[in-house]
Design a protein around this ligand. Structure first.
Ligand code: ACM
Length: 274
């Protein structure tokens, strides 16, 4: 697989203004050529749904909704993989989801596994787990925002063969941007976190300020590209997927093969169940 270019879009959506937010994201992408484009969690709908009914009203089916149709068009124009967050309606369920599309075709819909704070009042947690898709030889895994604090998310994607983890986000805690280079290092994968900026004030929800700082991290834990904490931005980095397929470290250890999972059994049991 030749070197690939990844682009992360850091946008500043207005809650509920889907079509204007889609137009603004398209304007940010104007002139950006990339093999993988990552946009934030819920990047066109906004985040702070007041209640379940509001999330249901905004939710769209996959792949036949207005947001995913735009993503399909963007991916077709560039021949690229596009990963972006949207509220998904699946029967009676509503998910905080990320669409994975490539070259005008829907490949996967990831349903956020670990819901953050109030999200569990308005979304159903995803039960389908973590998926890796392959497009033109590049293996792309997806997780969403708060999944980052559970190292099992990135580990699962690495074990499933991801070269790069696309990570649409609406980060409000200040730690993830420091953690992602370590997720990349410990798993020997690239990570591409697309975070949003701006503030949402939707009482009775507390005002939320999103922390920007979108970043791409390399397999050696180095930040390859990062965006400011404020303001819309597009950041671009070039990755060599071959580096994610060789898990060896200087000294000879292999980050995945040298694990001793028979000693980790307690990690596969929830402390809520134990
Ligand atoms: C988050 O998961 N949106 C914090």
């Amino acid at each position: 697989v030749p070197t690939v270019r990844v682009a992360c879009v850091q946008n500043d959506p207005a809650f509920g203004a889907r079509d204007a937010n889609l137009d603004a994201a398209e304007a940010l992408l104007d002139g950006v050529e990339a093999d993988l484009v990552v946009l934030p969690e819920l990047f066109a709908s906004g985040y702070s749904f007041r209640d379940r009914a509001e999330a249901e009203a905004a939710a769209e089916p996959f792949p036949d909704g207005p947001t995913v149709r735009r993503l399909l068009a963007w991916s077709r124009r560039r021949g690229a993989v596009v990963v972006a967050g949207f509220p998904e309606r699946a029967g009676a369920r509503v998910h905080n989801a990320a669409a994975v599309v490539a070259d005008g075709r829907p490949l996967a819909c990831y349903r956020k596994v670990h819901l953050f704070g109030f999200e569990s009042d308005v979304f159903d947690a995803g039960d389908d787990g973590f998926a890796v898709v392959e497009h033109r030889g590049l293996r792309v895994g997806t997780m969403v925002c708060f999944d980052w604090i559970f190292p099992e998310s990135a580990r699962t994607l690495a074990l499933r063969g991801a070269d790069v983890i696309a990570h649409p986000s609406n980060l409000v805690l200040p730690w993830c941007q420091r953690a992602m280079p370590l997720r990349a290092l410990e798993n020997g994968v690239f990570t591409a976190t697309a975070n949003r900026v701006g503030t949402e004030r939707r009482a009775p929800r507390p005002a939320l300020r999103f922390t920007g700082g979108s970043l791409v991290a390399g397999v050696d834990g180095v930040v390859l590209a990062s965006a400011p904490e404020e303001g819309p931005a597009v950041l671009v980095a070039d990755l060599d997927p071959a580096r994610a397929r060789d898990k060896r470290l200087p000294g000879g250890n292999d980050r995945l093969a040298d694990r001793r999972p028979h000693l980790y059994g307690s990690h596969t049991v929830s402390s809520k169940d134990a």
